[in-house]
Design a protein around this ligand. Structure first.
Ligand SMILES: [Fe+2]
Length: 111
């Protein structure tokens, strides 16, 4: 058993959308991570996105934890922006935790 066994991705997606969508916004080094971009995920006490984390993979292979956002159900939507030096990284990885459906991952490669 390894950690990847509990990570879910696009292959596991059901009608509720959990994949953390990663978007580099313009040339401002803003990385926006959202969950439920197309179909909103529930945001109730009983069922909500608890947190999003962002990691960067550097060109030399080092993994950097770039940030984490915790969300308050009902009041805060899972939509967070980080200001980072994008050019330092060859890929960005996002993790997201839903209190019902577990851990979800996504990744983008940077050209
Ligand atoms: Fe969920």
């Amino acid at each position: 058993m390894d950690f990847s066994k509990i990570l879910k991705n696009k292959e596991h997606e059901g009608k509720e959308k959990h994949i953390p969508f990663i978007d580099i916004v313009g040339d401002e080094n803003i990385v926006r991570v959202t969950v439920g971009k197309e179909i909103p995920h529930p945001n109730t006490i009983e069922h909500h996105i608890v947190w999003i984390e962002l990691y960067g993979l550097k060109k030399d292979g080092q993994v950097v934890h770039l940030g984490k956002a915790n969300f308050s159900p009902i009041y805060t939507e899972p939509d967070i922006s980080f200001r980072i030096s994008v050019k330092e990284f060859k890929a960005l990885y996002a993790l997201e935790y839903c209190n019902i459906h577990g851990l979800w991952e996504n990744c983008i490669e940077i050209e």
